[in-house]
Design a protein around this ligand. Structure first.
Ligand code: C2E
Ligand code: CA
Ligand code: CA
Ligand code: CA
Length: 281
């Protein structure tokens, strides 16, 4: 292939410039969104695969801008991570999750019996002092640490394993449950699994959805399940979209399931309705 024509170079530059400008515009808008409380949390149930009972809800960030546009986390979380805005966003999410759980408890006349899972970004763990942030939310909303699951990704561990190990032990000391999110999509060295205080492996949706028709996917899911069992960890399958999938995963020994079969991420008030309905059933 020969040298690029002048026109091609120009169009690449224009594209790169447009992308950079869009990123910057989103960063500016997101900064304002955090300050102006345009963010909210949606809550998706996680169920015991054997009984179907709801055991927890994962808190997922949602952003509707003043123009009414609903932005996807897959668009704005990466921007938040690159810009460092994930630090204030993550602090807000932790506090908001605790505030909501406290509200559910009060509506249930004590303890609603649910845990809430909060996502902690690798960047947040690098740049923020996360243990005091979690502890402050617990104190502020008068909740014990055992009401929370903290979801970490493999990328958090790659960057600085020793420091992350210290942080994870600190979070465990608060009573929280630790889950490894999107397991199988990141770091491939498994040595860390036995060294770190991980309670739950979350099997990424990319392996779960479609596994009934794909021998390779089902082989990976089986392998992750037996690895987790050997290490004494529980497992959550993401992307459980059908009854057949839930039954197969339960038969394979997977502990929990999350996905559209049970519910999509819900507004906090709808999640509360689900909790109350389950309690009175
Ligand atoms: P994740 O942690 O893997 O969260 C699960 C995602 O899968 C959610 O997407 C959820 O809506 C979606 N999902 C759940 N069940 C199903 C299903 O059965 N089928 C399909 N197709 N999708 C399903 P969502 O809410 O768009 O979030 C995307 C990602 O953004 C999350 O992936 C997480 O990595 C990140 N994220 C969201 N909120 C936060 C947050 O507060 N902090 C951080 N650090 N990351 C967040
Ligand atoms: Ca997650
Ligand atoms: Ca996940
Ligand atoms: Ca995932």
């Amino acid at each position: 292939k020969g040298a690029k024509t002048g026109r091609q170079v120009e169009s690449y530059q224009t594209q790169a410039f447009t992308l950079a400008r869009e990123r910057f515009a989103m960063e500016t808008a997101l900064r304002r969104a955090i300050d102006d409380r345009q963010l909210r949390l949606a809550f998706q149930p996680i169920c015991d695969l054997a009984t179907g009972a709801i055991v927890s809800f994962e808190a997922l960030a949602r952003w509707r801008d003043p123009q009414g546009v609903e932005h996807q986390p897959s668009d704005f979380i990466p921007v938040a991570e690159e810009s460092g805005l994930i630090v204030p966003l993550g602090r807000w999410a932790m506090d908001e999750a605790a505030r909501t759980l406290r509200w559910w408890d009060e509506e249930c006349g004590g303890n609603c019996g649910m845990r809430v899972a909060v996502n902690l970004s690798a960047i947040q763990l690098q740049r923020d002092d996360i243990t005091p942030v979690v502890e402050a939310a617990l104190i502020r909303h008068a909740l014990s640490g055992d009401r929370f699951v903290l979801e970490l990704t493999e990328s958090a561990i790659v960057t600085d394993p020793d420091r992350i190990a210290g942080i994870m032990h600190g979070l465990k000391a608060l009573g929280t449950t630790l889950a490894m999110d999107d397991f199988g999509t990141g770091y491939s060295n498994l040595a860390y699994l036995q060294k770190l205080p991980i309670d739950i492996l979350k099997i990424d949706r990319s392996f779960v959805s479609g596994m009934l028709a794909d021998r390779d996917k089902i082989a990976i899911v089986r392998a992750v399940l037996s690895l987790a069992q050997a290490l004494g960890m529980r497992t959550t399958a993401e992307g459980v979209e059908s009854n057949e999938l839930a039954q197969t995963l339960a038969a394979l020994g997977c502990t929990f399931g999350q996905g559209y079969l049970y519910a999509r991420p819900l507004e906090a008030s709808d999640a509360l309705r689900m909790i109350v309905a389950a309690r009175t059933a």
